[in-house]
Design a protein around this ligand. Structure first.
Ligand SMILES: *Cc1c(COP(=O)(O)O)cnc(C)c1O
Length: 355
């Protein structure tokens, strides 16, 4: 079986985990601090705040920017459910703007159409590891005084105009096992704004900056030092792992029959980190059947756009977002992870081209 994802934790980490256990400080301790510093440096921001999931990062970031009841937050319908759910957690209303057909990312022109006096923020996702159109989205947010949240949960190390995703606004990352780097479970918020950073630290720790004094409603979103040592080790290898993903992707680009499949795009000025290598195919069921027969892992990211999810229907969402709806019917992700062998890429390409 060729798996769709294959987390690679270095064996050196076992010894480091034992050292943390022996140190007696196993949560929100010195390793978390070190991980935050190194992650901020890597991303090119002043502050990084570690939390215990990507979802917690999004929730905390929205709260730190004061998003609450009555507020509207414009976001993409084509992402993992956590992107929009984090808005619901704040009792705010997600407003979906359709995506671009070529990168599957939110369309700046569609954002502009959805702005109302209630709009407070835009939560845009760098989907599959390809940056969204940062410049027009940022300009729109500046013109309308909106907060911009970057959901960079799939875009560790991805770049736009030579700068890392997560450094353009308030960035949110996930370190779930299938992501470009992992801490088992974990997340990070990145920002240049000292006030936002401080608010995030307080929200992460039960609304408290001083022990047993609680200024606001907070949560337990703290990261453990065990997670942080895994993260430190993964961060060291992130560029190398992303480079391997890019090489794998370029091999597919050369080998896959583009008359049969729409291949992923890397826009000029962007560095795609291929969290997923996602193709579009007209007969997805048939293609999946062929992959299954050949023991090739795959993923459908995502089969149902968020506004069409049963829970969102129950809430009364009833938008028509044709580009996202069409993408949901045709996208198919194939293995692109760093452990993939050249022969496996050849084999997968042959199977797909032979259809
Ligand atoms: C994985 C992911 C999340 C959530 O991260 P968790 O660590 O699983 O909570 C949010 N948004 C996107 C786009 C993701 O891919």
């Amino acid at each position: 079986m060729i798996p769709i994802a294959s987390p690679a934790i270095e064996s050196e980490v076992k010894q480091q985990l034992a050292e943390v256990v022996d140190s007696g400080i196993i949560s929100q301790g010195p390793k978390v601090k070190e991980f935050e510093e190194k992650y901020a440096q890597y991303t090119g921001v002043k502050h990084a705040i570690a939390v215990n999931s990507g979802t917690a990062a999004l929730h905390t970031a929205l709260l730190a920017h004061g998003i609450g009841a009555q507020d509207e937050v414009i976001t993409t319908p084509f992402s993992f459910i956590a992107s929009a759910n984090s808005i619901l957690y704040c009792n705010a209303k997600p407003v979906f703007a359709d995506i671009q057909a070529d990168t599957y990312n939110i369309d700046p022109e569609k954002i502009a159409e959805k702005i109302t006096p209630k709009t407070k923020a835009v939560l845009a996702v760098h989907l599959y590891g390809h940056p969204f159109d940062v410049k027009p989205v940022k300009e729109l947010c500046e013109d309308h005084k909106l907060t911009l949240i970057e959901d960079a949960c799939q875009a560790h190390g991805a770049q736009y105009d030579g700068k890392k995703c997560g450094s353009f606004a308030t960035g949110c990352f996930s370190f779930y096992p299938t992501k470009n780097m992992t801490t088992s479970e974990g997340g990070m918020i990145t920002t240049d704004d000292a006030q936002v950073a401080e608010k995030c630290r307080i929200i992460r720790n039960h609304g408290s900056s001083e022990k047993y004094v609680h200024e606001t409603l907070g949560y337990n979103y703290r990261m453990t030092d065990l997670c942080a040592v895994i993260g430190l080790s993964q961060l060291k290898r992130l560029d190398e792992a992303n480079q391997k993903r890019r090489i794998n992707a370029k091999s597919y680009d050369r080998m896959l029959d583009s008359s049969k499949y729409t291949l992923p795009l890397e826009k000029p000025g962007c560095t795609h980190v291929y969290h997923q290598y996602t193709i579009q195919c007209r007969e997805r069921e048939k293609t999946i059947e062929k992959l299954r027969q050949n023991d090739i892992g795959y993923g459908v990211h995502y089969p149902i756009p968020i506004h069409r999810q049963p829970y969102y229907k129950k809430l009364g969402f009833n938008d028509s977002l044709p580009v996202a709806e069409n993408a949901a019917k045709e996208v198919l992700s194939i293995p692109v992870h760093p452990k993939l062998e050249r022969e496996e890429i050849d084999f997968i390409s042959e199977v797909l081209n032979g259809l």
